[in-house]
Design a protein around this ligand. Sequence first.
Ligand code: COA
Length: 183
Amino acid sequence: MWRTTAPRGEILFEVGEYRVRRVSEEDAPIIRKLGERCLEHLELHYGSPPDPGQMIRELLSDLPPRKTLVDKFGMGVFDGTQRLVGAIDVIRDYPEPREWYLGLLVLEPAHRNQGLGAALMDTLTEWLVRHGAAHLRLAVSEHNEAGQRFWARRGFEPVKQVIAEFGNKQSVFHVLRRALEVR
Ligand SMILES: CC(C)(COP(=O)(O)OP(=O)(O)OC[C@H]1O[C@@H](n2cnc3c(N)ncnc32)[C@H](O)[C@@H]1OP(=O)(O)O)[C@@H](O)C(=O)NCCC(=O)NCCS
């Protein structure tokens, strides 16, 4: 399998005028600002008051059990003016080899509902397949109805439900998965 060694900062893929590149500690201030524009999303998962710094941890340091930063790809979505408007986080080979885990996909509200999320997922899927992924797994909160619709439309199917606590909020999460043939 081809293992990626893409350094942080390198452009990974493009969707129209949008560019997706790995983010690093240097990007922490703009990631925090993105968090400030996505407080409703943070509150939905972590409870209140929402902490915009959580977006930094999600993109740069949060890891599932037994994984290291070597397998973490925190990505920023930049618009044509190079402004950070969204974020993606994927973990390689979790929970098992060739299955990747999408820990985060978020766009700031002004960029939602225009087809960008769908286009990003199509291109991310191509990128994942090129890097050896056969399946993609994610978890969507019971409180995130729009998110659940979005994933159902993209062919994700239920695996199980888990109860998880983040911040001061406990929620049921629907764990979803799909095989990654490029569409
Ligand atoms: C989830 C998310 C990334 C999807 O990205 P998006 O760009 O809004 O997604 P799309 O525009 O491709 O699709 C969303 C909806 O807009 C509709 N849509 C797509 N293109 C459209 C257009 N040109 N005009 C109007 N609506 C459009 C889609 O039909 C879809 O409708 P649905 O909700 O009934 O499924 C984004 O909404 C987001 O950041 N949400 C908050 C974070 C979140 O919930 N993340 C997922 C957690 S698991």
